[in-house]
Design a binder for this molecule. Structure first.
Ligand code: CMC
Length: 430
């Protein structure tokens, strides 16, 4: 008997089974052998929220939630945030290695020259109501890109895949900024190829009458760092959605639109929006203890606290907390920071939060910076999605190339009615 195995005794039948363990996991299909008889389907696992199920092998991002470690392709997030650019990180996530100088130049050139979107897209952005949430506009326009690039369905050809990857990373900021400009009734600002990825995004967001928009270098770098910190986070809700949609061989535009929709929820990428609304509602440092008490009572969740994976300080939150001070030197401070710091201070001393290992996550401080930089709250999930697109694409690509993968199709434990006969409406009672 090998030691890397699990011996299971089925007490219904008294039979024992040996299930191999590889990479710290058992193959769920091995459990199918465990049956009470020939007509038994076999044992399945029940895992709502997929809390203990590895659905793929991945070599992109490593997280140790207990130790507060996050690495992209082996590189610590702290080093990437300090030294790399967002496009360099995007290349790393997608290709597994940091680019050489030549690879980097070619990559930046390609992305820079795909930032324009078809003029028709502007027409349907115009069709959105004036107060449409920019995330709704982003989700719809990303999906609509699929209709402009019908060849994108050939997900098996690497050249086709590579081109869609470049297009999606390049056009995402344009769609994001256009969604914003529409919501405030301002004429769209077109991409400027002379600027960096983040500098150009700030240009498309804020440019008004100036002939040439010049981003403030501190804010341009802060934007880039924020995108780096959001670029990937392994198998979270939106990435799993990206892989799931991709598993049916749908094109990456509709898959990315689905992933962005998953990100939109307040428990995922919508959390930074929820944090700001919460801090606004608290309104003053003196009211923090009251809100902490309410969170402990279960009346509401402290947004920006807790994480499915991190049971320690989220390493991204640490970097953002520090970054906030650089940004505030340029923009002036955000009064909500004092409330956030007090909330963090009390929560980190409180038994309820300590025993549940609830620490600030990436969203706790990012919104405060975004707000200081002038972004409205509704743009926060859009910024998160813009940062996450290389991660989604890296996972989509990995999934497409993984011979072990199949179309996602989980099982259910059916707990509904047994067979029964149709009852005519007149006989159904009140
Ligand atoms: N405030 C108060 N209590 C909390 C919080 C919170 N933010 N988060 C978890 N808890 C409690 C929860 O009530 C439960 O207590 P008990 O054991 O007494 O029932 C315990 O902690 C465990 O919670 P859980 O819901 O089982 O944990 P989870 O791993 O399923 O949820 C989470 C993770 C992120 C959804 C959750 O912590 C949460 O809702 N946080 C607030 C929303 C948020 O900030 N989301 C952003 C996540 S980071 C960005 C991203 O990756 O998308």
């Amino acid at each position: 008997m090998t030691t890397d195995s699990l011996t299971v005794t089925d007490n219904r039948t008294g039979r024992s089974y040996e299930v191999p363990i590889a990479d710290g996991a058992i193959n769920a299909m091995a459990l199918r052998e465990i049956r009470t008889g020939d007509d038994d389907f076999g044992l399945v696992t029940y895992d709502p929220g997929l809390k203990n199920t590895a659905s793929c092998r991945s070599s992109i991002t490593y997280i140790d939630g207990d130790a507060g470690i996050l690495r992209y392709r082996g590189y610590p997030i702290e080093q990437l945030a300090e030294h790399a650019s967002f496009l360099e990180v995007a290349y790393l996530l997608l290709n597994g290695e940091l680019p050489t100088a030549d690879e980097h130049d070619a990559w930046v050139h390609d992305i820079t020259h795909h930032t324009f979107i078809h003029e028709n897209i502007k027409k349907f952005i115009d069709g959105f109501h004036h107060d449409a949430h920019p995330m709704g506009i982003l989700v719809s326009t990303v999906a609509a890109l699929s209709t402009f690039y019908p060849e994108s369905k050939g997900t098996k050809e690497s050249e086709t895949r590579d081109l869609q990857i470049v297009r999606l990373i390049a056009k995402f900021p344009t769609l994001a900024a256009f969604a914003f400009r529409h919501s405030i009734g301002m004429r769209f600002a077109y991409p400027d190829n002379d600027l960096s990825f983040s500098g150009n995004f700030l240009n498309m967001m804020w440019r008004t009458t100036e002939l040439k928009y010049e981003p403030h270098p501190v804010l341009e770098r802060a934007m880039d760092i924020l995108l780096i910190l959001h670029a990937d986070h392994e198998q979270n809700c939106s990435t799993t959605t990206m892989r799931t949609i991709g598993s049916s061989q749908a094109d990456p535009y509709v898959a990315a639109a689905g992933a962005a929709s998953a990100l939109y929820g307040p428990l995922h990428g919508g959390a930074n929006e929820a944090v700001l609304r919460m801090l606004d509602e608290i309104g003053d440092v003196s009211r923090v203890p009251d809100y902490i008490a309410r969170a402990k009572n279960g009346d509401f969740r402290l947004m920006g606290f807790g994480h499915r994976v991190y049971k320690n300080y989220d390493p991204r939150a640490k970097i953002i907390r520090k970054l906030a001070y650089d940004v505030f030197e340029v923009t002036g401070t955000n009064p909500l920071l004092d409330i956030a710091l007090e909330l963090e201070r009390i929560a980190l001393e409180d038994e309820y939060f300590v025993s549940r290992r609830l620490y600030p996550n990436v969203d706790f401080y990012s919104g405060i910076i975004y707000q200081a930089m002038g972004f409205p709250v509704s743009m926060f999930p859009v910024l998160f999605a813009m940062g996450r697109i290389p991660g989604w694409l890296a996972h989509w690509q990995e999934n497409v190339l993984d011979a072990e993968q199949a179309i996602v199709r989980p099982l259910q434990l059916f707990v509904g009615a047994d067979e029964r006969d149709y009852v005519p409406m007149a006989q159904r009672g009140a």
